[in-house]
Ligand binder design. Sequence first.
Ligand code: XLS
Ligand code: NI
Ligand code: NI
Length: 438
Amino acid sequence: MSFFPDVPKIVFEGRESTNPFAFRHYNPAEIVEGKTMAEHFRFAVAYWHTMRGTGSDPFGPGCAVRPWEDGTDSVPMAQTRVKVAFEFMEKLGVPYYCFHDRDVAPEGKTLSESNANLDAVVKVLAEEQQRTGIKLLWGTANLFSNPRFVHGASTSCNADVFAYGAAQVKKAMEVTKQLGGENYVFWGGREGYTNLYNTDLKRELDHFAKFLHLAVDYKTKIGFDGQFLIEPKPKEPTTHQYDFDAATCAAFLRGYGLIHHFKLNIETNHATLAGHTMMHELEYARVNGLLGSIDANRGDELIGWDTDQFPTNLYLTTQVMLVVLNQPGGLGSGGFNFDAKVRRESFEPVDLFHAHIGSMDCFAHGLKIAAAIRRDGALTDFVKTRYGSWDTGIGAGIEAGKEDFGSLETYMLKKGNADANVSGRQEMLENLVNRYLG
Ligand code: XLS
Ligand code: NI
Ligand code: NI
């Protein structure tokens, strides 16, 4: 039985293809900078959006047509849905998926009932992984939807909620390990606050760090060797999310002795909500040794919230790939997870295919453009030359720790003035990048 009877297996047909059910750029076997495209991207489908998104918004209920749904939130329905997901991913040719515990299985009345529900669905996930070879990029726990998490989970004022969250993460980690998950993600959910009048900020931050330390301990205890990832987001649902951006996360992890246990999962729409470009967030993470994985999506330039759209902008994907290619080994155990949802108006199952095909192609195209820019070397040469004053003379002395304020004063008193500056040539470089996009 097929859930997508009208959709063929999506294959690479090349640039000239006009077939909407084919890749024009994503050719999994094609080698770019010594690695196949499949290895560069390790694309993943986000279970919560693709399988559980209904298109609901504050003004109306879901309108997505999903013929396989029977209208219940039952375990048998969840098990059937796994089969739908795997047929979808097989046809699309995506090698990974990501999930929250509560996306894949319904929450029960008690924790033990929820755990049993999860086990019943995980059994089918394992079977489908086995059947298809599709793997788990990362698992995570939903510590934000249930009303018990109204004040947060690890940062809740209610210690029982901290305990509940810990129990839930414990189980989600076990299940992730059981399914061979290569990473485990902590997105802050409701870890943040809206008003300091009712908030003990210091205590909340301490509890947040405590929670993560307990997770690290448990990781060692069960021998889970996947990578822990923190996903920064500046706001939404709370006004002040504690994991604001890459820099805030880096400072928090350093301050609480957690830096060696975590990397970051950088999401495009979270970067832009924080007032950064995605390229900035990726580069900041990279130079701090924290670039672990990517939640690939985009926001809307005209809208100020997390719209989680599928990325189709070549400038964006080119910039992303420029940073990723610059990291030896790329994303390592990470990958590109489409944390993105089709628009409410795109309510047919086939739209799920169009969305993923377009974004995978856009990233593949961006990869080729980024590789061409790097081959040319003009960008890197420009930056190298721009900082040339640091390679010899006084610059080299400062970097080597040979100078102090006194010696620098002596140097400048003798010289009288600094050497003249040279133009940054931003427009010339923007033109250069455009040449490769053309
Ligand atoms: C929400 C986050 C979430 C995480 C996983 O904004 O992007 O979907 O990726 O909890
Ligand atoms: Ni995300
Ligand atoms: Ni998000």
